[in-house]
Design a protein around this ligand. Structure first.
Ligand SMILES: [Zn+2]
Length: 301
């Protein structure tokens, strides 16, 4: 039997069999953004996708096509990019906050309409977006029978790189480089690291990347897979406990109403929507000034 868990590569009978075994769907998300010269730019989504694939192989479920478009360029992300990337061409696949989260709402709707009992959304993109994602899930959950759980992948590996919780999350440093190296070795090339002490921003690389270790990355992936297995059990148990007498799919029109009534009023409070203070704005001629500040009410349009 084929050991395939990627939705887009499965035949209908394989999808039905996987669904019957475990009605769980995994949604990996991230984006293309600078991750040092040693990592390919899709690190965040590749990492989340790799972790979801390993978790689905171990604990069951179907991994939906990864979403490589994610939040960036606004608010604190713009300041971060200005400081850590500078004016290099960033090869970024960014969306505004409200568009990304609306996409997530529609993805959740699609999973629920198919009859899944649980979805686990794994964001490989760090920064404040995962806190907002958790808030979004909290707002949407009451409208769906399916149990919804979201987390950044680093939450699934609290011991971190060193095993003592000191290196848990970074950007293109020892954590992310080791994870990608373990999951997609062809996407990490340590020979591309800049020479030690060489000045420059180095495409947002963290200097800790020099300590990256593929085998430690493998242990971290195993930690994440074990953690996610526990979440699957919890979510399915929660679903069984609250199982509705009958399932009813939410229509596009209904989702638009939920979006407008429930999510839009909460959007301005989200971390990713916060504009930077004037003194922290990227400089006049910086490419990161373009979207760093959002006019009030933009998310309603
Ligand atoms: Zn990253």
């Amino acid at each position: 039997m084929r050991d395939e868990v990627r939705w887009e590569r499965m035949f209908p009978d394989e999808l039905e069999a996987a669904f019957a075994r475990r009605p769980v769907v995994w949604l990996p998300q991230g984006l293309c953004e600078p991750h040092g010269p040693q990592n390919t730019v899709g690190l965040d989504a590749l990492k989340a996708w790799g972790v979801c694939l390993a978790a689905a192989k171990k604990h069951g479920g179907i991994v939906c096509p990864p979403d490589f478009w994610h939040v960036h360029e606004t608010g604190a992300y713009a300041t971060w990019a200005s400081d850590n990337i500078g004016e290099a061409r960033p090869w970024m696949t960014a969306l505004p906050v409200w568009m990304h989260f609306k996409m997530v709402a529609y993805q959740i709707r699609a999973f629920d309409a198919l009859g899944f009992e649980a979805v686990i959304i794994v964001t490989g993109h760090y920064g404040p977006n995962w806190v907002d994602l958790r808030a979004l899930v909290g707002l949407l959950q009451p409208h769906f029978a399916m149990r919804i759980h979201s987390l950044p992948d680093f939450k699934a590996c609290p011991k971190g790189f060193d095993g003592e919780g000191k290196h848990v999350a970074d950007h293109a440093g020892v954590v992310e480089t080791s994870l990608l190296w373990a999951l997609r070795p062809e996407c990490v090339d340590m020979s591309r690291l800049p020479k030690e002490g060489e000045p420059g921003k180095h495409f947002a690389m963290s200097t800790s990347a020099r300590m990256a270790d593929r085998r430690v990355g493998e242990r971290m992936v195993a930690d994440e897979v074990a953690y996610l297995g526990e979440r699957v059990e919890e979510l399915l148990a929660e679903y069984a406990k609250n199982k509705p007498a009958e399932r009813r799919a939410i229509s596009f029109v209904e989702l638009e109403r939920i979006w407008k009534e429930v999510v839009v009023p909460a959007l301005p409070k989200m971390n990713c929507m916060k504009n930077v203070e004037a003194e922290k704005m990227p400089g006049e001629d910086s490419r990161w000034r373009l979207n760093c500040w959002m006019p009030e009410g933009i998310e309603k349009s």
